[in-house]
Structure formats: structure tokens, C-alpha cells
Design a protein around this ligand. Structure first.
Ligand code: AOF
Ligand code: ZN
Length: 321
């Protein structure tokens, strides 16, 4: 008789739970990536699910192991499923590889490799210690590629900052039925409740909002998260492209009172380098047509969200670069 093992279906389900856990902390973890982890028993029972909640807090694996210990189920751990390759270094927290090796785990499935050169090597370390370890893309399951894709998307902003030295850039553009970005007279916005909720969700996950002095002079936008619940205690940068120092001091003071750390910048490259140096993983570009075109034409975007007003409601398109 062969020893029981979690089935591919059970591993896929555990991985989905780990992805869902990580999703809840997207926007809260900078400069670290959001990561989720599930621990399975040999019969596939889910023993614990946890996420990395903020930099300096336990990594997802450590949090899941602690939850399992607290539930008195540590001895039953067989398989670790985690959305990112376990780290192999002492950073703000100890290496997850050692925490896994101190548990009875025999197998590890991970989503994406860790691109951080100081933390990488976890898969090799665990394999050398005799654990069965593999990327989720190799799971014999119809959803394997989709699970890998979700894990890769989770760490994409982290990879962008690390490899390109600037934040992941989401450009938000609202167009009326004529393709114009200007709302009708007297209205600040012309989009539906659902698209407004989407716009505020994009703000919620952003570590910085980028706008221009022209937009501020025209609209004095609040740029706050209102339609969805914000992440608690989240510092958020407000980076303003302002070559001529036109932004009114009163606007900057009011932005500070709304919880922003505002800064003025003379050019886009300097602005992006400054945000990346300040741990910004994701920035949301919310500005008028001229600045927006400058970002698009320079290829400085990772996701382009267009909310287009239509006769039967708004149509949202999201393009990845
Ligand atoms: C994991 N699990 O949940 C996360 C990982 O300073 P530290 O100790 O928090 O380490 C941060 C690095 O660890 C980060 O740059 C990334 O490479 C990795 N993140 N790794 O095993 C996690 N958040
Ligand atoms: Zn770790």
C-alpha cells in the first residue's frame, strides 16, 4: 500500500486558498510582495491558510506554520503550498526554508520563483534537504497554468520595482461615449457606481498616486479611497508632475491632511526613480490627457484600465503591457 498524498485536486484547491489569502493583502505589503500559504495533511485536509500581511510581519509560511501549531495540528503537516518560492535568507524575518525544515513537511509546491537575489535559493535548499519540491506549473492538473499565472501576477509589481527600478504603473482613463476625458459641465465624474468602485479599488492597492499640476489646478481631486474599504495604516505617496511649481500650497496641505505624502517632480523618470526608492510597488496614474499620453507614448505603463461610458452602462477594458 502506498502512503497517502494530497491529490492534484487537493493541491490545486490549497493553492487557490493561498492565492485568495494573498489577494487580501495586495497593496499592504510594500516593499515586500503579497504571498499566501496553505498547509495540507497527507489526506489533503487543509490545516492552515495564512498570508504575509505587511513588511516586518511573519512571512506567509511562518504565519501558516504558527496557525497550525496554535491549532495543535503541526504533527499532521505533509505538504506546503505557497504562492512564492520560500525565502532562503535572514531579512526582517528568518528564512522560511528553515521553518519548513523544522516542520514535518515532506513536499512543497510554490507559485513563482523569488526574483530577489538575496532571498532566492529556497527551492534548491529544500530539494537538497530531501523534500519533494516543484513549481505549481508542473502540477498534473488542468488549472496548473492558470494557478501559476495568478501567482506570477501577484508578484509582478515586486518584480518590476526590482528589475526595472520603477513601480508597476497602472494608468486609469475614463472616457465618455464620444471618447472625451472631460466630464460634462458641473459633473466631476461621469462613470457608474461599479466603475467608481473599480477606480477606488485601484487607488486602494496603489502605494502611490501620480498626477499632474494641470489636473490639480483644474479639478483639485481628492484622490482618496472612498468607495471601498481602505487598507489600515497605509502610507500613500502623492507624486505630482509639476515643472513650474504651480501646485498651490493649500492643495498640498489639504492632501497631507488626507493622509498623503505629496512630492513635486520635474520629469517622469525622476519621479519614478524616487517612488521606487521609497518602496512603492504599485503606482496609479490619474491625470489629464497630456500627461497620460506622455506615459503611454514612453511605454511607461503595465496595466491600462479604460472605463468607457456606453449606452448600456460603462465598459471596462484592462490591458496588460
Ligand atoms: C517568503 N514568504 O511571505 C514573503 C517573501 O525582510 P523580509 O524577511 O520580510 O524578507 C523580504 C523578502 O522575502 C522579499 O524581498 C522577498 O524576496 C521575500 N518575500 N518570501 O518566503 C513571504 N513575503
Ligand atoms: Zn520567507
Amino acid at each position: 500500500m502506498t502512503a497517502p498524498l494530497p491529490s492534484p485536486d487537493q493541491i490545486a484547491t490549497g493553492f487557490q486558498l493561498a492565492l485568495d489569502a494573498a489577494d487580501r493583502f495586495v497593496g499592504a505589503t510594500a516593499p515586500n510582495p503579497p504571498v499566501g500559504c496553505a498547509l495540507l495533511a497527507a489526506d489533503g485536509t487543509v490545516l492552515a491558510v495564512a498570508a504575509h500581511e505587511a513588511a516586518g510581519q511573519p512571512h506567509a509560511e511562518a504565519a501558516a506554520l504558527a496557525a497550525c501549531r496554535a491549532a495543535g495540528r503541526q504533527g499532521d503537516i505533509h505538504t506546503v503550498v505557497v504562492t512564492l518560492e520560500p525565502c532562503n535568507h535572514y531579512g526582517r524575518t528568518p528564512p522560511c526554508t528553515e521553518a519548513i525544515l523544522a516542520s514535518p513537511a515532506k513536499a512543497v509546491w510554490y507559485g513563482a520563483g523569488d526574483p530577489n537575489p538575496t532571498a532566492t535559493g529556497g527551492a534548491a535548499r529544500l530539494a537538497a534537504a530531501g523534500l519533494a519540491i516543484g513549481p505549481i506549473a508542473d502540477l498534473a492538473h488542468a488549472d496548473a497554468a492558470a494557478l501559476h499565472a495568478r501567482a506570477a501576477r501577484l508578484i509582478a509589481p515586486f518584480v518590476t520595482r526590482l528589475m526595472r527600478g520603477h513601480p508597476w504603473l497602472t494608468i486609469k482613463q475614463a472616457l465618455d461615449a464620444d471618447g472625451s476625458m472631460i466630464p460634462p459641465p458641473g459633473a466631476k465624474t461621469f462613470t457608474s457606481d461599479a466603475s467608481l468602485a473599480l477606480a477606488h479599488d485601484l487607488r486602494r492597492r496603489a502605494d502611490a498616486v501620480i498626477t499632474g499640476s494641470g489636473t490639480i489646478l483644474a479639478d483639485a481631486p481628492l484622490l482618496t479611497v472612498r468607495r471601498v474599504e481602505d487598507l489600515s495604516r497605509k502610507p500613500r505617496r502623492l507624486a505630482i508632475l509639476d515643472r513650474r511649481g504651480r501646485t498651490p500650497a493649500a492643495y498640498l496641505d489639504a492632501a497631507r491632511a488626507r493622509g498623503f505624502a505629496p512630492s513635486l517632480h520635474g520629469d517622469i523618470p525622476g519621479l519614478l526613480a524616487d517612488l521606487a526608492a521609497d518602496s512603492v510597488l504599485e503606482a496609479l496614474v490619474e491625470c489629464g490627457p497630456t500627461l497620460l499620453a506622455a506615459f503611454l507614448e514612453a511605454g511607461l505603463w503595465d496595466e491600462h484600465v479604460i472605463i468607457r461610458q456606453g449606452a448600456d452602462g460603462d465598459v471596462v477594458t484592462r490591458a496588460l503591457a
